[in-house]
Ligand binder design. Structure first.
Ligand code: ATP
Length: 443
C-alpha cells in the first residue's frame, strides 16, 4: 500500500501519533495543557536526531580537510543583528483578518480575503521575527538583546579568530549545528515550522570568481546528503528563488523542497551570500575582515556560499519517507495483517538491534542478557522480554529497528540465534559467537 497516495493529512496524523505513542516526539509541556507548536524529542527522537547531526558533522566537518567547526553563543551582541541587516530586514509580511482576527503571512495566502472566514484583511505590515529579550535585571532598551534567528552570523563574526587559529586557506568553510529562534507568525505542521528549531549550517569562504562553481558543487553535496538520509530523488525539487523574493543578502538562492504530506515545502536552502556579511561586519565593528592570500599577497573580502540544513525538517522528511504500511504474513498459514514499519536507513535508526528472548525463563534470559551486553558494546541495542514475540516485532518495526535477535530454547543447544531483518522479514540462524561480526557486516 502506498501511503503517500492517501490523503496527506491522514499520513501526517499517523506519523504524529506514532511519534507520540512510541516516544519519538511529544507535545511540549503537555501536563500543563501543552504549549502551541512546541515539541519535545523523546528517547527515540533524540537518538534519531543525534544520529542525523552526528552523521552530518562527520561528513561535512571531520572527513574534510577544508572545514572547521564552531559552537557559538545563542545570544550575541545586538550590534551583530544591526550589521547583518536582520533588525531591519528579517521580517515577514503580516496581515490580520478584521473579522476573526486570525493572523497570516501575506506571502503564504492566495487571494485577498481571510482563508479561514473570507473576512477582509488588513494591509500587510512588516513583522520582525527575532525574539527579543533583556540582559540583566533592568528591562530597559539599552539592555535589549536577541536570540539568534540563524546560526550563520557567528561564523562571520568569528571569522578572523577561526582563520588565525586554524590556519585554513581559502577555500574553506566553518560549520555549526545549533538552535535558532524565530517568532514565526504561523508555526505549524508538526516540527516543520516551530519557533525554536535547530540548524546545521556551513559558511563556505571563496574567491568571488569561484562562486558559480562552488554553488553547483554544494548543490551536488546536498543531494548526496539527502540520498544518505534515504530521501528519494523524486520527492526532492529545486526552486530557483527569483529576484525580489530572496533574502536581503543573497544573489542566488535555491530552495530545496521536499514533498511533505502537507505539500511541497522547503527542506533546505543554498544561498550565495556574496561578501555582504563580512563586509558589513568589517565596516560596523571596525575590525578588518580582509583575507590575505599567503602566496600572492592579494587582499580581499571572501565571498560566501551557504548550504543550510534544518535538523527538525530533516527528521520529519526521514520519518515521512520511511513510514510504510504493508501486508505481512501472520503466524497462521495464508493469513496476513497490516504492519507499520519505519524503513529508516540503518545507519541513522534510533535503535540498531533488539535482543528478544522468547520467554522470561531464567535459562533463556541469562543467555540473552550476555548477548545484549556484547552487542551493546558495538551497537545501540535494546533488551526486551515483555509481551508476545509478535507484539515485540511490531514495536521494533514501528520504531525502525533494523535487526531483531531472538533467543529461543534451541539457542541453549545449538548456540545459535535467529536474526530477523526489518525490511525483508527474512530470518537467519546465526552462531552466537559470530553475531557481532555478522551485524557489523550488515551496517
Ligand atoms: P521558510 O521559507 O520555510 O520560512 P526560510 O527560507 O526562512 O524558511 P532559512 O532562513 O533559509 O529558511 O533557514 C534555513 C533552514 O532552517 C530552512 O531550510 C529550514 O530547514 C530551517 N528552518 C527555517 N525556519 C524554520 C522553522 N520555523 N522551523 C523549523 N525549521 C526551520
Amino acid at each position: 500500500m502506498d501511503e503517500k497516495k492517501q490523503g496527506g493529512s491522514e499520513l501526517m496524523d499517523k506519523i504524529v501519533s506514532l511519534c507520540k505513542r512510541r516516544g519519538f516526539i511529544f507535545p511540549g509541556s503537555e501536563i500543563y495543557g501543552g504549549m502551541a507548536n512546541s515539541w519535545d524529542y523523546g528517547p527515540l527522537g533524540v537518538e534519531l536526531k543525534n544520529n542525523i547531526k552526528q552523521a552530518w558533522w562527520k561528513r561535512f566537518v571531520q572527513e574534510r580537510g577544508d572545514m572547521v567547526g564552531l559552537d557559538a553563543a545563542l545570544v550575541m551582541n545586538p550590534k551583530v543583528w544591526e550589521a547583518s541587516g536582520h533588525l531591519k530586514n528579517f521580517t515577514d509580511p503580516l496581515v490580520e483578518c478584521k473579522k476573526c482576527h486570525n493572523r497570516f503571512r501575506a506571502d503564504h495566502i492566495e487571494g485577498k480575503t481571510c482563508p479561514d472566514c473570507e473576512g477582509e484583511l488588513t494591509t500587510a505590515k512588516q513583522f520582525n521575527l527575532m525574539f527579543k529579550t533583556f540582559i540583566g535585571p533592568a528591562e530597559e532598551s539599552a539592555n535589549v538583546a536577541y536570540f539568534r534567528p540563524e546560526t550563520a552570523q557567528a561564523m562571520f563574526v568569528d571569522f578572523r579568530q577561526v582563520l588565525e587559529t586554524s590556519r585554513k586557506r581559502i577555500p574553506f568553510g566553518i560549520a555549526q549545528i545549533g538552535k535558532a529562534f524565530r517568532n514565526e507568525i504561523t508555526p505549524g505542521n508538526f516540527i516543520f515550522r516551530t519557533r525554536e528549531f535547530e540548524q546545521m549550517e556551513i559558511e563556505y569562504f571563496i574567491k568571488e570568481n569561484d562562486w558559480q562553481k562552488s554553488f553547483e558543487y554544494w548543490l551536488a553535496e546536498m543531494y548526496e546528503w539527502m540520498n544518505y538520509l534515504g530521501l528519494s530523488k523524486e520527492h526532492i525539487h529545486n526552486l530557483e528563488v527569483p529576484d525580489g523574493e530572496r533574502a536581503h543578502y543573497s544573489k542566488r538562492t535555491v530552495d530545496i523542497e521536499y514533498d511533505f504530506p502537507f505539500g511541497k515545502s522547503e527542506l533546505y536552502g543554498l544561498a550565495y551570500r556574496t561578501d555582504f556579511d563580512l563586509k558589513n561586519h568589517s565596516n560596523s565593528s571596525g575590525v578588518d575582515l580582509v583575507y590575505t592570500d599567503p602566496e600572492s599577497g592579494e587582499k580581499y573580502i571572501p565571498h560566501v556560499i551557504e548550504p543550510t540544513f534544518g535538523v527538525d525538517r530533516s527528521v520529519l522528511a526521514v520519518l515521512v519517507e520511511a513510514y510504510c504500511e504493508e501486508e505481512a504474513p501472520t503466524t497462521k498459514e495464508g493469513e496476513t495483517e497490516t504492519r507499520v514499519v519505519l524503513k529508516i536507513p540503518k545507519h541513522i535508526a534510533p535503535i540498531k538491534v533488539a535482543i528478544l528472548p522468547l520467554s522470561k525463563k531464567e535459562e533463556l534470559s541469562n543467555v540473552a542478557k550476555e548477548i545484549y551486553k556484547e552487542v551493546s558494546r558495538n551497537f545501540f541495542a535494546e533488551y526486551d522480554e515483555t509481551q508476545s514475540i509478535g507484539k515485540r516485532y511490531r514495536r521494533q518495526d514501528e520504531i525502525g529497528t533494523p535487526y531483531c535477535v531472538t533467543v529461543d530454547f534451541d539457542s541453549l543447544e545449538d548456540k545459535k540465534v535467529t536474526v530477523r531483518d526489518r525490511d525483508t522479514m527474512e530470518q537467519e540462524r546465526i552462531e552466537i559467537k559470530e553475531l557481532v561480526n555478522y551485524l557489523k557486516n550488515k551496517f
